[in-house]
Design a protein. Structure first.
Length: 262
């Protein structure tokens, strides 16, 4: 654990960003300051020189400040898999809610759950993010979360007209964390234990959540990854890291298969 989290400061935003700066240099990522939230600077990381016509990937964490395994898992993935970062065009948001992370609370300073108001351009932090992604389209979007009620990993998958990826992602992480066995979570009936796979039908979905917003116009395949916050932090971080890598490898295989038919 000491090696995994050398500062033991998962809710200290300046430490998180310092570590991201170090990781960005190693991985060839550009770090940009794109806005501010409740007195905290907001950062994103972009691929420096992505391969021509490479897949475009959106990764985010920390929209809920009381879910620290997401930001840590995302950083852990960047440090562990620098070679994968050379194979696609990435836009990475290391922490969408630094105020919430600092105070270990779900919401922003005004008590708003940003993952229920992701479309709200009246909020400066979200307006700045929307300006950054305007006109961009992603092949894959992953949002990393945790659930204090979780009994294992579960995934919300929005992937229109495709065979679900979630079984492969859950299998990849199974050695670290089991999938959640419940068939109904938060009132939603799951496709299979561990995942809910749905097409996006615009009129049926609210605008609020991040991945639903992205699925409506900015991304083809969107995944919300939920790890169980009552399990050890180290296992949750590792599970996020494994699932990120498994999803990107799946995307790269899909793209390679598509090119083989051209």
């Amino acid at each position: 654990m000491k090696k995994q989290l050398p500062d033991h400061r998962t809710h200290h935003y300046p430490t998180l960003i310092r570590r991201w700066r170090q990781g960005a240099r190693q991985a060839g990522l550009k770090i940009i300051r794109y806005g501010e939230q409740d007195g905290f600077p907001l950062y994103a990381l972009q691929s420096g020189r992505p391969p021509p016509d490479s897949p475009k990937i959106y990764l985010s964490a920390g929209i809920h400040g009381d879910e620290p395994a997401g930001p840590e898992g995302l950083l852990s993935w960047v440090l562990k898999h620098p070679e994968t970062l050379k194979k696609a065009d990435f836009l990475i948001f290391p922490c969408l809610n630094p105020w919430g992370l600092t105070w270990n609370i779900r919401t922003d300073a005004s008590g708003i759950d940003l993952n229920r108001q992701f479309h709200d351009l009246q909020r400066p932090a979200l307006r700045a993010l929307h300006q950054l992604i305007a006109g961009k389209h992603f092949d894959l979007a992953l949002a990393l979360h945790e659930d204090y009620d979780g009994q294992g990993i579960y995934i919300y998958e929005l992937n229109a007209g495709a065979e679900p990826w979630s079984p492969d992602l859950l299998e990849a992480a199974a050695a670290v964390l089991p999938h959640d066995p419940r068939r109904t979570i938060d009132g939603r009936r799951f496709t299979q234990p561990g995942y809910l796979h749905r097409d996006v039908k615009t009129r049926r979905f609210p605008d609020g959540p991040e991945t639903i917003f992205l699925a409506k116009g900015n991304a083809d395949a969107c995944f919300t990854i939920e790890t169980p916050s009552e399990f050890s932090l180290d296992r949750r971080i590792r599970a996020h890291r494994i699932i990120i890598q498994a999803a990107i490898k799946r995307l790269l295989r899909v793209k390679a298969d598509q090119l083989s038919f051209v």
